[in-house]
Ligand binder design. Structure first.
Ligand SMILES: *[C@@H]1O[C@H](CO)[C@@H](O)[C@H](O)[C@H]1NC(C)=O
Ligand SMILES: *[C@@H]1O[C@H](CO)[C@@H](O)[C@H](O)[C@H]1NC(C)=O
Ligand SMILES: *[C@@H]1O[C@H](CO)[C@@H](O)[C@H](O)[C@H]1NC(C)=O
Ligand SMILES: *[C@@H]1O[C@H](CO)[C@@H](O)[C@H](O)[C@H]1NC(C)=O
Ligand SMILES: *[C@@H]1O[C@H](CO)[C@@H](O)[C@H](O)[C@H]1NC(C)=O
Ligand SMILES: *[C@@H]1O[C@H](CO)[C@@H](O)[C@H](O)[C@H]1NC(C)=O
Ligand SMILES: *[C@@H]1O[C@H](CO)[C@@H](O)[C@H](O)[C@H]1NC(C)=O
Length: 476
């Protein structure tokens, strides 16, 4: 009772003091581009360690890798009152921006080389950008900074439990993707843990991979054969959960889990330097929520029945789609819901000759590869906000040999800040002459540059009239 009272008054005087600074493993090198300090209420600022990943680690391994790029990031946890964040840069600036803009976080210059703002929720995952390096259609941001605020952990397993693989605050090298033996039920990466490697399930029971630590692929070559598909592969099993961790510089996908009822929550993927750094390929009834994806290939594979994706932030790098429906021979899927996605960058045109032209797999909503058998219906994708100049929103063009239908798409409340203009860029919806049909797509309140779109022509969308039916634009 007395303790509770004391704690109560402590909070009254200091404001919320539930700020969780994570420890750092010995030997991990901090960013030389940014440092970050945080505080809650009237307590003093404390440093929050800033990690860094360099693209030079991957130069020459895949054609797209541009040298001299970095991503810096930091994570902390909190509950209660908002957190004041200061970012110290190496160059001075006049203006700074926090994305997603939908968070409405004003960024101000506090003093020379110092930006200041508030994070109001522990589910926010942001990019902080400076006027000396805002990027453009032709160049991405050279030195990126991401900040991740987490809720406190709700369950930390016992290190001594034989069904737990526990990685404390230290650096580990797994020598590739660790195949989890059948007794393992939980893999835990404590705050500050820096694990070089990945994990793969091997038996048919649920496994949880959680914590606030880091799983890095930086030590492994692009397409290292010791990794099956991704840093994490939970294709085998059912009801697997991946929660809370940060995944870095993957040699291929970040996550693949084609088994059913899998959950991905509050994860962050950063530094996708090579092609094939896809975000999430997930099985039937998969749930992906409150996560941040910086990817350099498809972010979400929209492939299976009952998929739900919500409240995620996406930074789409040079390659791939945000919502990808294609690649494999068949696309049979129904009852999909995707909502509240902030796409903060679409970097497809960067590093390319101008005027930019795109490969068929680059668009927000896309059908890439040679899918020839469709039976896809009841797909709702709502509240999609795309920041900046977007080179291409829709590219849903069937292979000429395709058969089957893609019907009942409800695209509600999309807002595109602006479309990039180039003679070579346009959106397109097209089925296949041999039988592939696109039917009953409802674009309800599609806004581009603040204007609601009532017909495809005014949004630079080519709709093939022979193979599509009932494509409906409405602003009601
Ligand atoms: C990368 O940075 C190094 C060192 O500053 C410089 O010598 C090199 O020219 C840069 N490479 C490119 C392609 O900009
Ligand atoms: C997996 O989740 C589904 C849906 O929640 C449930 O019906 C099923 O019993 C779970 N299976 C296991 C093995 O946990
Ligand atoms: C369509 O999918 C949603 C999930 O996104 C589901 O709730 C709804 O029942 C489905 N509608 C039909 C007619 O199956
Ligand atoms: C499409 O899939 C549904 C089940 O989702 C099935 O009932 C229907 O027969 C399929 N249609 C075709 C043409 O294969
Ligand atoms: C549409 O999106 C805006 C901006 O994100 C949001 O404020 C609004 O509530 C949404 N409207 C509907 C009907 O979902
Ligand atoms: C539709 O198909 C007909 C016959 O094949 C062709 O003449 C016409 O150009 C096509 N129309 C469009 C809009 O592609
Ligand atoms: C488009 O959809 C709205 C609402 O469902 C409907 O009222 C309208 O008639 C449709 N327009 C066309 C051209 O199908």
């Amino acid at each position: 009772m007395l303790l509770a009272l004391l704690l109560f008054f402590h909070r009254m005087w200091l404001g919320g003091t539930d700020l969780i600074i994570y420890p750092v493993s010995p030997g991990v090198v901090s960013s030389d581009k940014f440092s970050v300090e945080v505080k809650q209420g009237s307590s003093a600022f404390q440093g929050s360690f800033v990690y860094i990943s360099h693209s030079n680690n991957r130069v020459g391994q895949s054609p797209s890798v541009k040298p001299n790029r970095t991503v810096s990031w930091t994570s902390f946890g909190f509950t209660g009152d908002s957190v004041n964040v200061n970012v110290i840069t190496v160059k001075d600036f006049k203006e700074c921006t926090v994305r997603p803009e939908s968070y409405g976080i004003p960024c101000t210059r506090l003093r020379e080389k110092t930006a200041s703002f508030e994070m109001t929720s522990n589910t926010q995952k942001i990019s902080v950008e400076f006027d000396y390096d805002y990027g453009s259609l032709k160049s991405d941001i050279v030195d990126k900074l991401l900040i991740f605020a987490n809720p406190p952990e709700t369950y930390v397993p016992e290190p001594s439990n034989p069904s737990v693989l526990y990685y404390g605050c230290d650096v580990y090298d797994l020598g590739g993707q660790l195949q989890l033996s059948s007794n393992i039920r939980h893999v835990y990466l404590a705050p500050g843990a820096f694990v070089n490697g990945g994990f793969r399930t091997t038996s048919r029971h649920p496994v949880t991979i959680s914590g606030r630590g880091i799983l890095s692929g930086a030590k492994y070559r692009f397409h290292d054969p010791r990794f099956l598909w991704g840093l994490i592969n939970v294709d085998i099993g059912v009801n697997q959960t991946v929660e809370g961790i940060t995944m870095v510089d993957s040699p291929q996908f970040f996550y693949r889990g084609l088994s059913s009822y899998n959950v991905v929550r509050n994860i962050k993927t950063v530094a996708p330097w090579t092609y094939n750094s896809d975000g999430i390929g997930i099985g039937a009834y998969g749930l992906v929520e409150d996560s941040f994806f910086q990817t350099n290939d498809d972010t979400f594979k929209v492939y299976n029945d009952g998929l739900t994706v919500r409240r995620c932030v996406v930074w789409q790098a040079q390659n791939g789609a945000v919502f990808q429906f294609g690649w494999w021979k068949q696309r049979k899927a129904k009852n999909i819901f995707i909502g509240e996605i902030d796409v903060i960058h679409t970097d497809w045109c960067t590093f390319k000759k101008q005027p930019c032209s795109l490969s068929q797999n680059d668009a927000v909503l896309d059908l890439g590869g040679r899918t020839t058998a469709f039976n896809t219906t009841n797909v709702t994708i709502s509240d999609i906000r795309v920041e900046g100049q977007c080179p291409r929103i829709f590219y849903f063009v069937m292979d000429p040999m395709a058969k089957g239908t893609v019907t009942n798409f409800y695209l509600n409340n999309w807002s595109i800040q602006s479309q990039a203009e180039s003679t070579k860029l346009y959106n397109e919806l097209r089925g296949a002459y041999l039988g592939g049909r696109i039917k009953s797509w409802f674009f309800n309140r599609l806004y581009i540059s603040g204007k609601c779109i009532v017909d495809p022509g005014s949004a630079n969308i080519r709709v093939d009239l022979n193979t599509t039916f009932n494509i409906n634009f409405s602003c009601a």
